[in-house]
Write a new protein. Structure first.
Length: 103
């Protein structure tokens, strides 16, 4: 998905195979995923993304704070965790911080 400024996101990358394809063939600069998904949890997705692209910042969103272990997320290489509901301003600020920290 491209935004007005030409940046690309990976919201359509819901499975590992599709995520792998997107990371290898699309100009992805940050990856946002959910902690709870039908076939894979966000921490597993983050590990797999880091195996493909260790340089990419990852943002994990969750509606259940009890499922998030901040130290574990940091150890995986997750740049940030956002609690739902997520405001666009918070998402934009978090993406900017993740990209700035990566550079």
């Amino acid at each position: 998905m491209a935004s007005d400024d030409g940046n690309h996101g990976s919201e359509g990358c819901r499975t590992h195979r599709l995520a792998e394809y997107c990371l290898e063939h699309a100009p992805v600069c940050v990856f946002r995923t959910d902690m709870t998904m039908p076939k894979m949890t966000g921490d597993v997705m983050a590990r797999q993304i880091k195996a493909i692209r260790p340089d990419i910042p990852i943002i994990v969103c969750s509606g259940f704070s009890g499922w998030i272990n901040a130290r574990a997320m940091e150890a995986i290489g997750v740049s940030a965790v956002l609690m739902k509901p997520v405001l666009y301003a918070d998402l934009a600020r978090t993406i900017r911080q993740a990209l700035d920290a990566d550079s």
